[in-house]
Ligand binder design. Structure first.
Ligand SMILES: [Zn+2]
Length: 510
């Protein structure tokens, strides 16, 4: 027996066998059951989703002499002639190769004759959007006054190219991409009948790469069985699909997680040498998507942190899109790698972080700068937006300062939390502050504004700073300026204090 492609051999013969289009088959079954058949149908949807198959089942059903409910019997002469493609009453026309006015005129001549041996003549016009304008006009005339014995089924993958005048004459059905589950079910069924064995993961991968097209899925299965015989392995499948194994995807994810940009780029180039890079990009985003779902459901301990997985997924999904238009296929992927490692992409995360910091700052300002008396440290000064921070002193200087005052540093570090700290700052500390005040001012880089300030008192961990004139006081009462001063103070003295500014009459001025 001649070899027959799986998708032909296993083409659904009844409405109930058509996968994933229940919303359409149910309506058609009702129409056949109740005898309310339209004269023109338009089946639109992606390739391989069952449009022509459904058209043929419909053609059989309306002409079957021994219909079982709405289902064709697939045994009577009408059914068998349609199944064998030799029926003279059911005609398939490929509009891609018969797109002109002459073909449609000929068709109009033919349809005037009654069917030879069946109730209906059924014309299945595939890729109808390919017809020329003239041909569409001729077709329209036929659709306007169809003979009672004629049914048109127009099928198209590009419904937007079909004129509205035609669309409005047809009952329309939108075929959907077939879900992975439906494709898997069908593949399972077929390998059972065809006596094939498959390695774990084979069917899942086929379903995934076929993107909702059962015909594509079956053609991959076909090729795999031609290559691997009765037993199909993942390796066969990788060879056919030009994809890589799970281990390569994992390696890429790990290198990215380790911020190893060079390693990740090297891997991409290796893949590019032997595989289809776009397919690889899709595989990698599918892999990440899988990871994300698994960690969201808490099924396993994540290899990769959830936030990082999410970032990777959005970067690579975008790259995959961009690859369609890129002159160098690898470029969007390379950019995704570099952006991830550099953290350039994380705009939203950075805004959220800033918002959080701002809120902390507002809360802090709202307290009127009262020194915290609970275990709170002065609201994590490191969290302040960098724009408000004083310029960094040179590392050398900071080191020198700390070396100068090992005692201060040690003490405040160990007693930073709680009331203990309040009682531990002493008059001696105030003296130290006074002595080193010029250093604090220098660290601030606001010396010209600060020369009329001086430390007056130390109240717990609040340093009271006198401002020699109303202008200085006005400037340093503003939270954004006060923060700069506090930051400098805390850095120079290695403490965690706050500052309160008051009006002061410097000695010698009354
Ligand atoms: Zn029949």
């Amino acid at each position: 027996m001649a070899y027959q492609a799986l998708y032909r051999a296993w083409r659904p013969q009844r409405f109930s066998e058509i996968a994933g289009q229940a919303h359409i088959t149910r309506t058609l079954v009702n129409a056949v059951d109740s005898g309310r058949i339209a004269h023109a149908y338009l089946f639109s949807g992606p390739r391989g989703t069952g449009k022509t198959t459904t058209a043929k089942v419909l053609a059989k059903a309306v002409n079957c002499a021994e219909r079982e409910g709405a289902e064709p019997c697939n045994r009577c002469p009408s059914c068998t002639s349609i199944n064998n493609g030799v029926s003279i009453d059911v005609l398939e026309i490929d509009a891609a190769s018969n797109r002109g006015i002459d073909e449609i005129r000929e068709l109009r001549e033919q349809i005037r004759f009654r069917p030879a041996s069946s109730p209906y003549k059924v014309y299945i016009v595939d890729e109808v959007h390919m017809l020329t304008g003239e041909a569409f006009n001729a077709l329209l005339k036929t659709l306007e006054e169809p003979p009672r014995h004629v049914i048109f089924v127009l099928a198209t993958t590009e419904v937007h190219k079909v004129p509205l005048t035609i669309l409005s004459r047809c009952q329309r059905f939108e075929f959907r991409r077939i879900s992975n589950e439906d494709i898997l079910d069908r593949l399972d069924e077929i390998i059972g009948f065809a006596d094939l064995t498959v390695e774990d993961g084979v069917l899942e991968l086929i379903a995934r790469v076929s993107e909702g097209s059962l015909r594509d899925a079956l053609s991959v299965l076909d090729q795999a069985s031609a290559l691997g015989g009765d037993r199909i392995t993942m390796v066969d499948l990788y060879a056919i699909l030009g994809t890589v194994g799970q281990d390569v995807l994992e390696t890429l994810a790990h290198r990215l997680d380790a911020n190893d940009a060079a390693g990740a780029l090297r891997l991409l180039h290796e893949v590019q040498n032997s595989k289809d890079l776009r397919l690889f990009a899709r595989e990698f985003t599918d892999y990440l998507r899988g990871l994300l779902f698994v960690t969201l459901e808490g099924r396993t301990k994540p290899d990769l942190d959830q936030g990082r997985t999410l970032r990777l997924l959005s970067l690579f999904a975008k790259a995959e899109q961009e690859m369609r238009f890129a002159s160098r296929q690898s470029l969007p992927l390379e950019l995704a790698v570099v952006r991830f490692v550099r953290g350039d992409d994380d705009f939203e995360a950075r805004v959220a972080d800033l918002e959080q910091r701002l809120q902390k700052l507002e809360e802090y300002v709202g307290t009127g700068h009262q020194a915290p008396v609970t275990g709170e440290t002065p609201a994590g000064r490191d969290d302040l937006p960098s724009g408000l921070k004083a310029s960094e002193p040179s590392p050398q200087r900071a080191t020198t300062n700390q070396a100068d005052r090992p005692g201060t540093q040690g003490r405040t570090r160990t007693t930073v939390a709680g009331d203990a700290l309040v009682s531990e700052t002493t008059l001696e500390d105030l003296e130290t502050v006074r002595r080193r005040w010029p250093e604090v001012l220098a660290a601030c880089k606001r010396e010209q504004y600060l020369k009329r300030t001086r430390p007056l008192a130390l109240d717990g961990i609040t340093l009271v700073v006198g401002c020699g004139d109303p202008f200085t006081l006005d400037v340093f009462e503003r939270p954004q300026n006060l923060v700069v001063l506090e930051e400098a103070l805390n850095r120079v003295l290695a403490v965690k204090w706050r500052i309160k500014c008051v009006r002061d009459n410097p000695p010698g001025e009354a």
